[in-house]
Write a protein that binds this ligand. Structure first.
Ligand SMILES: CC(C)=CCNc1ncnc2c1ncn2[C@@H]1O[C@H](COP(=O)(O)O)[C@@H](O)[C@H]1O
Length: 266
């Protein structure tokens, strides 16, 4: 703000605004911002929440937009170190890192920690996108870059937007939610570029059977929907499956683009 006298008349420049004479306010903008305390209900209203949601998108996009090629990995928050599934998670993280992928997890304990550990120890970029929960929790210690989100739906956008594949390890409701969200996005063509790989055929066999016997047989999904998700056992197969799927997706996209540029057949 600058205030100066032009002849007898006072002028005040407040940012882009100019006031002269009697229009000059008694206080400055900063004074009004810093001095005033009033009712605080507005911080709990939806319009204010929209701004908080917006800021979460801004922070998330800022953190992740320069990430190299990345894979999002999901799995149980409850699996304990030293168990067979925890070790599987460590190996999957390591294989993704060795293949040059950044690894994104939910940033929490259990399988998420296992995958971040494997990725970090193998020299990869280990990312954790945590979520504020009703109980105390911090990001696991194997994360190079992380953010804790307030809103589940903002966090989910990040997993999809900044990865080129989803890998799903054994888990409970949270993991199934993430798996079926990914499958729905691929099924409805909202995302066109990524494979979904389940790890652990023994663990997933019951669900596969149920999908075939209940969903497919009742015609609630189409036969080709069964191909949206692949199941593997070996961590090395995870990387091979992703790479192969990316080659197939790129080839199909090229074919589509060639067909479109050739125009309609005569
Ligand atoms: C000990 C405990 C329950 C901690 C919860 N802490 C969490 N921290 C971060 N992401 C989570 C957490 N719980 C669930 N999720 C999300 O849901 C999935 C795991 O849920 P679940 O354990 O399968 O159903 C993860 O892939 C993750 O993205």
């Amino acid at each position: 703000m600058t205030e100066e006298a032009h002849g007898k008349e006072q002028v005040r420049n407040a940012g882009p605004l100019t006031y002269r004479g009697e229009s000059i306010p008694g206080t400055t903008t900063d004074q009004r911002l810093l001095d005033r305390r009033g009712p605080t209900d507005w911080v709990h209203t939806d319009p204010w929440r929209v701004l908080r949601i917006q800021s979460e998108f801004v922070e998330g996009f800022g953190l992740l937009s320069e990430l190299p090629s990345a894979v999002s990995v999901f799995g149980s928050a409850r699996i304990k170190p030293g168990t067979r599934y925890y070790e599987l998670g460590v190996e999957v993280g390591a294989k993704l890192a060795e293949a040059g992928y950044a690894t994104i997890t939910g940033g929490g304990p259990g399988m998420m920690e296992a995958v971040n550990k494997g990725a970090k120890e193998a020299g990869g970029l280990s990312v954790g996108l945590g979520i504020e929960l009703p109980f105390e929790q911090s990001l696991n210690p194997y994360i190079d870059m992380g953010m804790t989100f307030r809103y589940f739906f903002v966090r989910k956008t990040m997993f999809v937007k900044y990865s080129q594949a989803f890998v799903v390890l054994p888990g409970g409701f949270g993991t199934l939610d993430e798996l079926f969200e990914a499958a729905t996005l691929v099924q409805t063509n909202k995302v066109t570029r990524f494979p979904v790989v389940l790890v652990g055929s023994e663990f997933w066999a019951g669900m596969e059977r149920w999908v075939r016997e209940s969903l497919l047989e009742n015609e609630l999904i189409k036969p080709h929907d069964m191909d949206l998700v692949r199941v593997v056992d070996d961590p090395a197969e995870v990387v091979e499956t992703i790479k192969k799927a990316h080659i197939d997706i790129a080839r199909k996209q090229n074919e589509r683009e060639r067909a479109e540029s050739a125009g309609p057949e005569q």
